[in-house]
Write a protein that binds this ligand. Structure first.
Ligand code: ZN
Length: 270
């Protein structure tokens, strides 16, 4: 069983507009080729012709049982209708979490503007995910996406389940401390590479992830994710294969932690 907790259907090659159905078919083809059983699709904090709204994605995946939605939330741009819509989706179980984009937008995770969303996540017991580390765009401001800022939120909301995306890369050492210290903090390993891992980079990252597990203990906080289509699924699975870890512990990373955290009904996938 493999669960990918971090995929996108944004169209990053913006010279042509791909339809939402084409993007979803492409995702499912890639999953099938790589024996991935379930993926979470993360919507953006922006909506435009290349970045479909949460509403459109929720509707489009309604009959695809191997996909779930994490709603991207803007720190700056939302109105009361958005709040009502997300609350409805949470109530109906149509979204499995919320995603915030510090760095892409200039705010720290403990910003009081976001309390409303955190309280909602607590009420419906879904995780909140944070972009962390390097920004794909040079216009991002990375002081906001440093994983150390997760600590304030984790301490102030001890029951909130928090996911640091991309293990805070390149600040993996700081991410290590976050998951070690805070039992409510998790990390996904997505987006470590654009496209395929080179041999050299794979070696480097393997060491980083192994060090993280040495420091932070058994990987019951670590989640498999790719950031597809930014990273290649096949190359990512090969990377996981390289990590020195018992099969039992790899299973935690590949699906067991995710199934529990996001309440994914794995029986329904067989
Ligand atoms: Zn991503």
């Amino acid at each position: 069983m493999i669960i990918d907790v971090h995929t996108h259907i944004n169209n990053y090659h913006e010279e042509k507009v791909a339809s939402l159905e084409d993007c979803l078919n492409n995702l499912e083809d890639n999953m099938a080729k790589n024996n991935v059983d379930y993926s979470l699709v993360l919507t953006s904090y922006k909506v435009n012709e290349h970045r479909p709204s949460t509403k459109r994605v929720v509707e489009a995946i309604s009959n695809r049982k191997n996909l779930g939605v994490i709603a991207g939330i803007s720190w700056l741009n939302y109105n009361y209708n958005d709040v009502i819509e997300i609350a409805e989706y949470l109530k109906k179980g149509l979204i499995k979490g919320l995603k915030f984009y510090p760095g892409y937008e200039p705010f720290y995770p403990n910003d009081s503007r976001l309390r409303l969303w955190y309280e909602m996540a607590l009420e419906y017991d879904v995780p909140v995910m944070f972009h962390s580390g390097d920004t794909y765009a040079p216009t991002g401001k990375v002081k906001y996406s440093h994983p150390l800022h997760i600590d304030d939120l984790a301490v102030d909301y001890p029951n909130l389940k928090i996911v640091i995306c991309h293990v805070g890369n390149p600040w993996i050492r700081d991410c290590m401390e976050m998951v070690y210290k805070n039992t409510n903090v998790y990390a996904d390993i997505s987006g470590l590479v654009l496209g395929n891992f080179s041999e050299k980079f794979e070696k480097y990252m393997k060491k980083e992830i192994e060090e993280m597990i040495t420091y932070s203990g058994d990987p019951n906080y670590l989640l498999y994710g790719t950031d597809w289509p930014i990273s290649n699924m096949n190359s990512y699975l090969k990377f996981i294969d390289q990590i020195e870890l018992s099969d039992e512990k790899k299973e935690l990373i590949l699906w067991k932690n995710a199934a529990q955290l996001f309440k994914i009904d794995v029986e329904n996938l067989k």
